[in-house]
Design a protein around this ligand. Structure first.
Ligand code: SAM
Ligand code: SF4
Length: 326
């Protein structure tokens, strides 16, 4: 399926909950209370039926996210049922890894191919400051995932000037030693939290300039694991055990960033979101519960995909990232 700007849309990001057991500074506003009511969350049947219809109209890549998807009790069943759908080519999950020690084998068994893990710091104190969580649990979760031989495990780090700048080299060393791609994500104004200000913003261009001073960055033009928006480079410096694969997601500073956008988001409360950086949403839940065909809402969302995001035009988030689905 093509959107009005000729982009093929075949990637559905499905949020299964707006709740989370961490509270990252950039994602979850302090004291946030805007949770969707339980009855407004899509049920497992509604999620699977929507994904089934999506695959019938051409979606091929599915990533399950949240909030934290692994706190949903029926998550393994949802993943199994999605993987059993004939049109699904790849199934991924985005997680903070806090429950991976427990769930990695079940996820593998359910059909998950690709795991994205948020990891913003390797200093336990800083990790706790940013997420409120326990780094040890997360690193144990990552090791449990590595033992399952998923096709790919990627690390995601949101860069913040003055907060986790000290961490990018330790993270690169960690990722290189384990041959895991590591993606640096520019802070996006997706919530109303204290860190989302210009001082904390650190562009991926600036990071790349810094890395080029201490090592060699070589573009990997054809490398696009997981179909996301990152541009990949190989980074080598004498301090590293092996070259690192680094992805840079610069939604705010990369020219033509939206030209390769291939996705729609489905929020946990059943709204189709054509663009992360624009407020517009289409109410799939209401239509579904009134007996409507999810294909109509999916087609409408594709037809409503804007050419680009509005982050730089005084965009005001109507709800935080945890509720939109990362
Ligand atoms: N809980 C899971 C996790 O942390 O990976 C999945 C959901 S989380 C919302 C998905 C991704 O969104 C994470 O990699 C997170 O770092 C990113 N994210 C959240 N808020 C962000 C923001 N304001 N700017 C940039 N990335 C953000
Ligand atoms: Fe939770 Fe992920 Fe948001 Fe952190 S980024 S608060 S782990 S949903």
């Amino acid at each position: 399926m093509k959107d009005p700007f000729g982009r093929t849309i075949d990637y559905l990001r499905v949020s299964v909950t707006d709740r989370c057991n961490e509270k990252c500074l950039y994602c979850m506003p302090e004291g946030y209370k805007g949770w969707a009511q339980r009855e407004d969350h899509l049920t497992s049947d509604e999620i699977v039926n929507t994904v089934a219809v999506a695959t019938e109209i051409g979606f091929r890549k599915i990533r399950v996210t949240g909030g934290e998807p692994l706190i949903r009790k029926d998550i393994v069943e949802i993943l199994e049922r999605i993987w059993a759908l004939p049109g699904v080519q790849t199934l991924g999950i985005s997680t903070n890894a806090t429950r991976l020690s427990l769930l990695a084998p079940a996820l593998k068994q359910a059909g998950v191919r690709s795991v994205n893990v948020s990891l913003d710091a390797l200093s336990p104190e800083l990790y706790r400051h940013i997420t409120g969580g326990d780094l040890r649990v997360v690193l144990d979760g990552l090791e449990a995932a590595r033992r399952q031989n998923f096709e790919i495990i990627k690390l995601n780090c949101v860069l913040m000037r003055g907060i986790n700048e000290s961490e990018y080299l330790p993270l690169i060393r960690y990722a290189a030693g384990r041959q895991m791609p590591l993606r640096f994500i520019e802070l996006m104004p997706l919530s109303r939290t204290d860190v989302l200000n210009e001082f904390n913003f650190l562009s991926v261009q600036e990071l790349m300039r810094r890395l080029s001073q201490s090592g060699e960055l070589t573009p990997l033009v054809d490398y696009r694991p997981g179909n996301g928006p990152a541009r990949y480079y190989e980074f080598f410096s004498p301090e590293l055990p092996k070259p690192a694969r680094l992805g840079f997601i610069g939604a705010l500073t990369t020219p033509h960033f939206c030209e390769t956008c291939n996705k729609l988001r489905l929020t946990a409360d059943g709204k189709l979101r054509p663009c992360l950086g624009r407020i517009g949403e289409i109410d799939l839940l209401a239509s579904l519960r009134a007996g409507g065909d999810p294909a109509d809402a999916l087609h409408a969302a594709i037809a409503n995909k804007p050419e680009d995001h509005e982050f730089l035009q005084n965009y005001q988030p109507n709800r935080p990232m945890t509720a939109i689905g990362g």
